[in-house]
Design a protein around this ligand. Structure first.
Ligand code: NAD
Length: 335
């Protein structure tokens, strides 16, 4: 990686109480030489990770005033705050997802007005055109596949619009912007229940529930033959920082190209748990596109970056973390 643009500067991370934001703050603090301001709308006791060395603030970034407060003095900004969740959430909360445009608009405006030097935006594979994701044996998505635009309704449109806004803040106002298209990031210290969780965490939770209850069945959304790739959080953080420090202004995939079906993902978790479950398929449940994979040709060429953690390894770490949470919750309920 080239010299970090954050060295000896104030770095703002928004969405810091969330999954990726929490890991990013941890990584920045581990490196030292940076002051970190961590901002989220959630009360501090609900943050997945919180560090006393950071300047932790609770602010609603849909408003311009709080965005200015958050950005004041920050040389660089990682904007990760968004109202989002897994397929069960984004298919049923389209307006809510689109309202995250207020966060991105006001954070960009505050960054521009307060002289921030570099701005990162967390976009998503949901920007890709639906007609390129209709087969389970899908051709991996190249960055150019976002256009002609037909993104995921609601969430994907907001991400595509905000990507575009980053581009024009760079072209028109000279604000250096960097954009990652994340593909299904998973790992410990993220959402694993409550309705916003994504497939890897949801499957871990369901397998653990089956194991702990002795009721050896699992409900799977769709027919389980839909395919995805999943990026472990440590790879995500590394890819994010390499991209942020680079001179590449166009959006790049930050994802894994290890394609699996949801049935295969369930088998991986069953093997970790040491159980075999009867599979019940809910064909009416939200399932998203039929197949989605990340083409990493461009990101490898431009940044020399590729993920290094295999799905089996990352799922084992995720499973253990969720297992400990569920066991702790069960034990405290029994007291
Ligand atoms: P997350 O939900 O764990 O974190 C997002 C955080 O933003 C939450 O803690 C939430 O409280 C906060 N937030 C929401 N509204 C806010 C507001 N008005 N003001 C301040 N904070 C607010 O999600 P994550 O998985 O950590 O995702 C981080 C970013 O990456 C998001 O922009 C998301 O859209 C993007 N992304 C994530 C994935 C993934 O697989 N996790 C994939 C593609 C894109």
């Amino acid at each position: 990686m080239s010299e970090s643009p954050e060295k000896d500067r104030l770095v703002l991370v928004t969405g810091a109480g969330g999954f990726i934001g929490g890991h990013l703050v941890a990584a920045l603090l581990r490196d030292g030489h940076v002051a970190v301001r961590a901002v989220d709308i959630k009360p501090l006791d609900q943050w997945y990770q919180r560090f006393s060395e950071a300047d932790n603030r609770v602010l609603d970034l849909r408003e311009l005033g709080p965005c200015r407060e958050a950005a004041k003095g920050a040389a660089t900004i990682y904007n990760l705050a968004a109202d989002m969740g897994g397929m069960g959430f984004i298919e049923t909360h389209k307006a809510e997802c689109m309202l995250s445009v207020l966060i991105n608009t006001h954070m960009l405006t505050a960054a521009r007005d307060l002289g921030c030097e570099r701005f990162f935006f967390a976009s998503s594979a949901c920007v890709y055109a639906a007609d390129k994701q209709t087969e389970a044996a899908v051709t991996a998505l190249k960055e150019a596949d976002a256009y002609p635009a037909m993104p995921e309704d609601g969430y994907g449109w907001e991400k595509l619009f905000s990507e575009r806004m980053c581009r024009h803040f760079l072209e028109d106002y000279g604000l250096t912007t960097r954009v990652a298209r994340y593909h299904n990031v998973y790992g410990p210290w993220g959402t694993w229940d409550g309705g916003r969780e994504k497939a890897p965490a949801a499957i871990c939770r369901k397998v653990i529930e089956a194991k702990l209850s002795g009721r050896h069945e699992i409900e799977i959304w769709g027919d389980g033959e839909q395919t995805r790739s999943f990026l472990y959080i440590d790879d995500c953080i590394e890819g994010t920082r390499v991209l942020f420090a680079s001179d590449v202004a166009e959006p790049l995939n930050i994802g894994s190209d290890q394609l699996v079906s949801i049935n295969e993902l369930v088998s991986i978790v069953e093997a970790i748990a040491g159980v075999r479950l009867k599979r019940n398929y809910d064909l009416e449940a939200p399932k998203g596109v039929r197949g989605r994979n990340s083409d990493n040709t461009l990101v490898k060429r431009k940044l020399g970056w590729a993920p290094s953690i295999r799905l089996e390894q990352g799922m084992e770490l995720t499973y253990r973390w969720i297992y400990d949470r569920m066991l702790a919750r069960r034990n405290s309920a029994a007291e």
